[in-house]
Design a protein around this ligand. Structure first.
Ligand SMILES: CC(C)(COP(=O)(O)OP(=O)(O)OC[C@H]1O[C@@H](n2cnc3c(N)ncnc32)[C@H](O)[C@@H]1OP(=O)(O)O)[C@@H](O)C(=O)NCCC(=O)NCCS
Length: 179
């Protein structure tokens, strides 16, 4: 297995991974929604606002994760939000997700990102260093339907302290359906 950075020339395979994986786990409607989210993130986000990492084996994409910029205009720290995350259905439970996430988080740290945030299962994301936070610790772009899934980690030596003021996500995520 190898990890690749970026999406150029592989967009349709990456969209397909997200669509198929979420269709299998959550149903067709969610599969289509997350596939379109991946398409819009890759197609409509400025290069400096996006990180895409994939895990590949024998030329096939078996895992994918996307981080996009979350801007806190009143705070000087650099924040990225992780979404979506998928490991191919027939390769789940083999540690691929955790390895890919560790790889991506290390790359963000190397790029000078201060804080990573995500919105998902606290038990799973705790395995790669995310801890529950509240909407008072870091405002989400929209009110959260499942605030218990709001998670963050510092990527620097400084502890995660409250992010000041409201936040703004990239256009692809700028829809309450995702929050
Ligand atoms: C969630 C997902 C990315 C995990 O990737 P993975 O490669 O299967 O997971 P790993 O092998 O790295 O980790 C497995 C561990 O996580 C746990 N785990 C896997 N999926 C989980 C989930 N949805 N919720 C909680 N824990 C989960 C397993 O129990 C296992 O625990 P263990 O190490 O104590 O045995 C993958 O299963 C997936 O793509 N699921 C469908 C799409 C999805 O739900 N994406 C995340 C949305 S927030």
């Amino acid at each position: 297995m190898k990890f690749l950075t970026g999406h150029k020339g592989r967009e349709s395979q990456i969209i397909d991974l997200f669509t198929r994986t979420f269709t299998a786990s959550e149903g067709e409607e969610e599969g289509t929604l997350i596939g379109e989210l991946a398409r819009n993130l890759m197609g409509g986000t400025a290069e400096q606002d996006l990180f895409v990492f994939t895990a590949e084996e024998d030329g096939a994409i078996i895992g994918g994760i996307v981080f996009s910029r979350l801007t806190y205009p009143q705070d000087d720290r650099t924040v990225f939000v992780l979404a979506p995350v998928a490991v191919a259905t027939d390769r789940q439970g083999q540690g691929i997700g955790q390895q890919l996430l560790a790889h991506g988080l290390a790359a963000l740290r190397g790029a000078g990102v201060d804080i990573a945030i995500t919105y998902g299962d606290p038990n799973y994301y705790a395995k790669v260093g995310f801890m529950p936070i509240s909407e008072a610790d870091a405002q989400a772009p929209f009110p959260l339907k499942q605030p218990e899934g709001w998670l963050a980690q510092s990527l620097t030596d400084r502890a995660m302290t409250t992010l000041k003021g409201p936040s703004r996500c990239v256009e692809a995520l700028n829809n309450p359906v995702f929050w």
